[in-house]
Design a protein around this ligand. Sequence first.
Ligand code: FAD
Length: 82
Amino acid sequence: MPERLSYLIIGSGIAGATAAEIMRNEDAAAEITIVADDPFPVYYRPALKDYLAGKVREDKLWARPVACSMSGSRAWSLRMSA
Ligand SMILES: Cc1cc2nc3c(=O)[nH]c(=O)nc-3n(C[C@H](O)[C@H](O)[C@H](O)COP(=O)(O)OP(=O)(O)OC[C@H]3O[C@@H](n4cnc5c(N)ncnc54)[C@H](O)[C@@H]3O)c2cc1C
C-alpha cells in the first residue's frame, strides 16, 4: 500500500496557500493541514491600500475563493517526532 504523507503548513498567506496547492497537485492523497491565525481568506496585501481608500471592492481582495477561509488559530509551538 502506498505511503500517505501528511503535511502541516503554518500560515495562510500567499506562500502557505501556494504550498498547499502545489502539494495537492503533486499528491492527491496527501493529508494537508493549514494552521493560520488569520481569520480571512487569502488576500492580496498590495490591494489593501486601494481597498481602504475605497478604490476596490472587498471581493477583489481575495486571492483565492472565499470558501478557502481559515479558522483563525495560532501555532505556538511545534513538536517534531520521527
Ligand atoms: C500593505 C502591503 C502592501 C504590500 N505591497 C507589496 C507589493 O506591492 N509588492 C510586493 O512584492 N509585496 C508587497 N507586500 C508584501 C507581500 O504582501 C508579502 O511579501 C507577502 O504577503 C508574503 O507572503 P507570505 O505568505 O510569505 O506571508 P504573509 O502574507 O505575511 O502570511 C503569513 C501568514 O501566516 C500567519 N501566521 C504567522 N505566524 C503564525 C503562527 N504562529 N500560527 C499561525 N499562523 C501564523 C499570518 O497570520 C499570515 O496569514 C505588501 C505587504 C503589505 C502588508
